[in-house]
Design a protein around this ligand. Structure first.
Ligand code: SF4
Ligand code: SF4
Length: 155
């Protein structure tokens, strides 16, 4: 469909001569120049997120009782674990022998966190989950327990 140029509103002589629209734009820029900044110099500066933010999942290995509830409720089947009975770290009972979460498939829906009877699995406030290959998005028990590496940049 062609645009009818003749239907565009015509500018008056003074508007054209004084470049009023340009001045309006410059006035707006000037107004915001002296207002407090709302942007941060990421990744040198990091904003803290809301306490309810659902970030990268973490699992507290010492409290997990390998009940499989999180694995069963996950709608995307991205949690896999195995557990066994025995003694480990000074306590008896059931514990996870392996546990991994594929963050590339995770919906960050929070169902696993909600269903856990011992608050072992939870969403952290970490949001830097970008990786170069899908395999690195799979976090095993060691990473889930202690957290993944975050590069801290300095000036
Ligand atoms: S947040 Fe949702 S999709 Fe992700 S692991 Fe938990 S239950 Fe599965
Ligand atoms: S629901 Fe909680 S206790 Fe049960 S296996 Fe998952 S993390 Fe462990």
């Amino acid at each position: 469909m062609s645009t009818n140029i003749s239907s565009a509103p015509k500018k008056g002589f003074f508007e054209q001569f004084l470049l009023l629209e340009l001045l309006k734009g410059m006035w707006l820029t000037l107004k915001y120049t002296f207002k407090p900044k709302v942007t941060v110099q990421y990744p040198l500066e990091r904003e803290s997120v809301h306490p309810n933010y659902r970030g990268i999942l973490r699992v507290d290995e010492s409290t997990c009782i390998a009940c499989y509830l999180c694995e069963k409720i996950c709608p995307d089947k991205c949690i896999h674990l195995e557990g066994e009975r025995g003694y480990t770290k000074g306590k008896g009972g059931k514990y996870a022998t392996y546990f991994y979460i594929d963050h590339a498939r995770c919906l960050f829906c929070g169902l696993c966190e909600e269903v856990c009877p011992v608050d072992s699995i939870y969403h952290s406030n970490e949001y830097e989950a970008a990786v170069y290959n899908r395999a690195d998005a799979v976090h095993d028990l060691r990473i889930l327990d202690s957290g993944h590496n975050i590069v801290h940049y300095e000036r």
